[in-house]
Design a protein. Structure first.
Length: 277
């Protein structure tokens, strides 16, 4: 009897151990569908958060906020294009024929690099034309690159800023053509427009400009200097006129005087590149 008991004890121990292992195993097995269920619920809950109705609300909401943040849309003025390249000779322009409220500004040389003026150009993004000369821009081309990046254009203003009336046709051609290469090397831009130093030009200038790939030679109808607008005729700026300014020490006074005048006349600074083709 004792022997039977001794034999039975290990059997009972082993069986109970096996049973408890089985129950453990079955719990593990049962836990799989439970996990699956939770996952499904989570999955469903993710999808069910956004209903069709909510989707349309969510989709429309960013559109409203984007519209609010956008700058007011100013209707673009369609240019009255002056077809300079179709003319037999390169034209000399001081204004463009238009009834649209536009004005063109060319700023010359580049002597003074005023930081306040740089901020003004970055803010206003006027498509002015910079008739720069390398004797002024070479020391700090980055200043003018920033203005060009703010929407300005680059114009040719000769290689060495000489009075062209004292030069032969070949000399004038060299002054203009050589400068084209300098602008290409310094700014990666080949100018379309040329403004002769001091506004001095003759027939040779127009021919030389054409041979250097210039579309039009640009003068001015009025100039801004010493914080004042100086009119050649009358007492106000008119639609289509081309204006002269310089990078001089008082450029901020000049920019403010010009801005006040164009606001008074309700004129917008437009891009010569878009109006003269
Ligand atoms: Zn000049």
């Amino acid at each position: 009897m004792k022997l039977v008991i001794y034999l039975l004890i290990p059997v009972i121990v082993i069986s109970s151990a096996l049973l408890s292992y089985n129950s453990l195993f079955s719990t593990k097995m049962n836990s799989q569908p439970e996990l699956k269920k939770i996952n499904t619920l989570l999955g469903e809950s993710k999808i069910s958060v956004i209903s069709d109705e909510e989707m349309s609300i969510t989709a429309s909401m960013p559109r409203i906020s984007i519209t609010k943040e956008e700058a007011p849309i100013i209707p673009k003025i369609v240019p009255d294009i002056f077809k300079a390249s179709e003319k037999p000779n390169t034209p000399f322009l001081i204004s463009l024929e238009t009834k649209k409220p536009v004005i063109f500004l060319g700023i010359d040389d580049g002597l003074v690099k005023n930081p306040e003026a740089l901020e003004f150009f970055k803010k206003h993004k006027w498509p002015v034309t910079l008739f720069l000369n390398q004797m002024y821009f070479k020391e700090n081309p980055g200043y003018f690159k920033t203005i060009l990046d703010s929407g300005a254009n680059l114009g040719n203003h000769t290689n060495t800023h000489l009075n062209l009336l004292k030069l032969s046709y070949e000399q004038q051609k060299r002054e203009i053509c050589d400068a084209q290469n300098v602008y290409k090397d310094s700014f990666g831009i080949t100018p379309k427009f040329f403004r002769p130093p001091y506004g001095n030009y003759n027939d040779n200038t127009l021919k030389a400009a054409k041979s250097c790939g210039i579309t039009a030679v640009i003068g001015w109808k009025a100039r801004v200097d010493e914080g004042k607008v100086w009119y050649q005729v009358g007492d106000k700026l008119n639609a289509g006129e081309i204006i002269l300014m310089h990078f001089r020490p008082q450029i901020m006074d000049d920019l403010k005087a010009f801005e006040a005048e164009i606001n008074r006349q309700k004129l917008t600074v437009e891009d010569l590149n878009e109006w003269v083709k």
